[in-house]
Design a protein around this ligand. Structure first.
Ligand code: OGA
Ligand code: NI
Length: 306
């Protein structure tokens, strides 16, 4: 009999369904109730009726596939710079502070910029529901200091090969995302797993299936900090199953000059804010890289702000 580790057995069995948030629902308060439950339960949810056309998404994936299929020397023309924008075949960095487009493929830049704007729009709609879920004004995050001039990184991932958890080889190692929230599109190939409670040992990993037409959204560390740990950012990872897998995560962060203060309603006698967590300026928190470690992949990323 095949010798499976405990971890393999658990991860093969468990597949989780997530709450669906319908962005077309005009009853935002109803959505906020659902969102709050999802945030308390797993920190992951789907969004549907987001208005990003399937066409645009397919185009972004097509371009992504074409890009990663280019000869290495072509991809190296847009090599990642010190701000982690551009292409990375492995862990390295190089020097150019601009987004790394150049004319690698016809229509490439237009597609990516269009998709980027659409993803940002969807994240801003989710932020309105998030505000209500936190008992804040619906436009609480919609101010110049918060999401007026947001920082957002969009990443194209291409994973190939098979993970081997016993050797610590993952398509994307266990991590939580840094920002406020992440909007994830995948090509449908299974691989994403979440661990709802990182402190329970052995850790239990559950697969999150892709849902056609939906995006997967998860909360980041910054939101956890902002709301004083009320909603947690959840540990997740990606296992490679041998098939090629493409994904496009989009990581939303607030404006550069946003000062992270404990959100109203997120403190109580039993949960006093830890001073060290607050009154911090976003750039001081920024990790050097926004993309997690990948053992089996290549990435290309872009960002809005200088
Ligand atoms: C990430 C991430 C998941 C995926 O990049 O932070 O979790 O499916 N990606 O690529
Ligand atoms: Ni992630």
């Amino acid at each position: 009999m095949e010798n499976k580790t405990e971890e393999d057995k658990v991860s093969i069995i468990k597949v989780s369904a997530l709450t669906c948030i319908d962005l077309d629902n005009s009853n935002l308060h109803q959505s906020a109730v659902l969102l709050k439950q999802a945030c308390l339960d797993s920190g992951f949810f789907y969004v549907i009726n987001h208005g990003i056309s399937e066409e645009l998404k397919d185009e972004a994936f097509e371009q992504s596939k074409k890009f990663f299929a280019l000869p290495l020397e072509e991809k190296m023309k847009v090599l990642r710079n010190e701000k982690y924008r551009g292409y990375a075949p492995f862990h390295d960095s190089l020097l150019d502070p601009k987004n790394q487009f150049r004319d690698v493929l016809p229509g490439w830049r237009e597609t990516m910029e269009k998709y980027y704007q659409e993803a940002l729009r969807v994240c801003k709609s989710i932020a309105r529901i998030m505000a209500l879920a936190l008992d804040l004004d619906v436009d609480y995050f919609n101010t110049p200091e918060m999401l007026g001039n947001p920082i957002a990184d969009m990443v194209l991932f291409h994973y190939e090969g098979k993970s081997d958890p016993s050797k610590g080889i993952y398509a994307c190692g266990a991590h939580s995302d840094f920002g406020m929230m992440s909007l994830l599109a995948t090509d449908g190939v299974m691989g994403l797993q979440i661990c709802k409670d990182k402190d329970v040992m052995p850790q239990k990993w559950e697969y999150i299936p892709s849902l056609k037409g939906a995006y997967i959204v998860n909360l980041g560390d910054l939101l956890e900090r902002w709301n004083n740990g009320y909603f947690k950012s959840t540990l997740h990872r990606v296992l490679g199953n041998g098939q090629d897998r493409y994904s496009i995560p989009f990581f939303l962060k607030p404006s550069h000059d946003c000062i992270i203060e404990c959100l109203p309603n997120c403190q109580s006698e039993n949960n006093l804010p830890n001073d060290q967590m607050f009154n911090v300026h976003l750039p001081t928190l920024q990790s050097s890289t926004c993309t997690p470690k990948t053992d089996l992949g290549e990435v290309w990323s872009m960002c809005t702000t200088p």
